[in-house]
Design a protein around this ligand. Structure first.
Ligand SMILES: *Cc1c(COP(=O)(O)O)cnc(C)c1O
Length: 401
């Protein structure tokens, strides 16, 4: 997108570029377009052959035994919570710095989200804090692979096994990442994915739940489609005829269309090059920003081979004369249009009214005050990356304390 700059850069001089660059953008090529057109000309727009093909492909990529695709990542979290048997009165330990859906899913099933704090170096949920927040009512942990870096699988799984909890991994950012050489998606009890356009691969809207557990798989299929089954061994009554099906539970219409599945199948062919490019950009950002005393770099656990979905610029307030809002605006004036991921979930009025108070996750709250998401997407050119680096460097030096 080309939008002409109108205002001069806040810190003076010429902006580093004269067209705007945004924090994320999907990459759709002719092959993707053709894949969608082919489905539109076929017999099935939904519930057709592309769904099974996509689920098989996701299993191949992640090493999971079962995949259930659905309408979006939030629906995936909802049916994962249902499949885990989370219900009214239960507690779910979740992360504070994430999209609201990571905690909303607990509310959907009548459970109470409990926020554990993050590790302030990796920004992922801290297993020690998770442990502190477990009570007799805790049923599950929803841990988010924030920015695409793997959660500390081993530590979290050990805690969950010891306390008899279900580990649900909100992997909306994680596709393409490996933990100890294993792709994320085959490790936690269930892993959810999102294919929203800002994520690494997209189907427009879309999601999936991955699991190795057959019982969860069976329930996920039911909850995705109204609680209806066509499997005779699941029915209570004898089928009246070939048309017969039974609703045996209460589910939703969370199906994905074949149009979306075809787009995602085409996108997944590009996952290796998407992943490679994102790693290159992150490496260049890290190298440049590690030289700036005003900036902190997100640390990685050695177990995670990360395909980064987001790049977090963390400001060190003691070393700067301006705050995050001012730095954000100054980047905008340089035509680098950023974002902030995320506002702590319990800051929202809805959560405040439920009784959550500010101050419960101090490390997450501090991170929120200091973070900016820089542009990171496959189609960024080397020049784009250089412009972002030049803008951040210019501002960090200009506003250095
Ligand atoms: C995007 C996202 C979701 C929700 O996915 P949708 O497909 O938009 O419903 C959930 N959790 C996290 C961490 C996300 O980034």
């Amino acid at each position: 997108m080309v939008i002409k700059m109108e205002k001069p850069a806040i810190c003076g001089g010429t902006p580093v570029r004269d067209t705007k660059i945004f924090y994320g953008h999907q990459y759709i090529d002719e092959e993707d377009v053709q894949a969608v057109v082919d489905v539109l000309k076929s017999d099935y727009l939904t519930c057709g052959p592309k769904i099974a093909e996509l689920e098989k492909k996701l299993c191949e990529i992640t090493g999971a035994k079962y995949a259930v695709v659905c309408s979006n990542g939030t629906a995936a979290l909802h049916i994962a919570c249902m499949a885990a048997g989370i219900t009214r009165g239960d507690e779910v330990v979740s992360a504070p710095i994430t999209f609201a859906a990571s905690a909303n899913c607990a509310l959907y099933v009548g459970a109470k989200p409990v926020f554990a704090d993050i590790n302030d170096k990796t920004y992922n949920i801290d297993p020690a804090s998770v442990k502190e927040h477990i009570t007799g009512r805790t049923k599950a942990v929803v841990a988010v692979d924030f920015t695409g870096q793997s959660i500390e699988e081993e530590e979290l799984l050990n805690i969950c096994r010891e306390k008899n909890l279900v580990l649900i991994e909100d992997g909306a950012h994680v596709i393409g990442t490996k933990y100890k050489g294993r792709p994320n998606g085959s490790i936690a009890d269930m892993t959810t994915l999102s294919f929203h356009p800002v994520k690494t691969v997209t189907s427009g809207e879309g999601g999936a739940v991955l699991t190795n557990n057959e019982e969860y798989y069976r329930r996920l299929l039911l909850y995705r489609a109204h609680g209806i089954t066509r499997e005779t061994d699941q029915m209570e009554n004898e089928p009246d005829g070939p048309w017969y099906y039974e609703q045996i539970d209460l589910g939703f219409n969370y199906r994905m269309t074949d149009i979306q599945a075809a787009l995602l199948l085409s996108q997944l062919k590009k996952l290796p090059i998407f992943s490679k490019r994102r790693k290159e950009i992150v490496a260049r950002y890290d190298e440049a920003f590690s030289k700036l005393p005003q900036i902190a770099i997100q640390q990685e656990i050695p177990e995670s081979d990360t395909t980064r979905h987001l790049y977090i610029l963390r400001l060190i307030p003691e070393k700067l004369t301006i705050d995050r809002k001012q730095f954000f605006d100054a980047l905008g004036a340089e035509n680098i249009i950023c974002n902030v991921h995320y506002i702590p979930t319990y800051y929202f009025p809805y959560y405040q009214k439920l009784g959550y108070e500010k101050g419960i996750c101090p490390k997450a709250e501090k991170l929120y005050e200091e973070m900016i998401s820089l542009p990171l997407y496959y189609a960024m050119t080397d020049e784009d990356v250089q412009d972002v680096i030049r803008a951040v460097t210019k501002l960090a030096q200009y506003y250095a304390k």
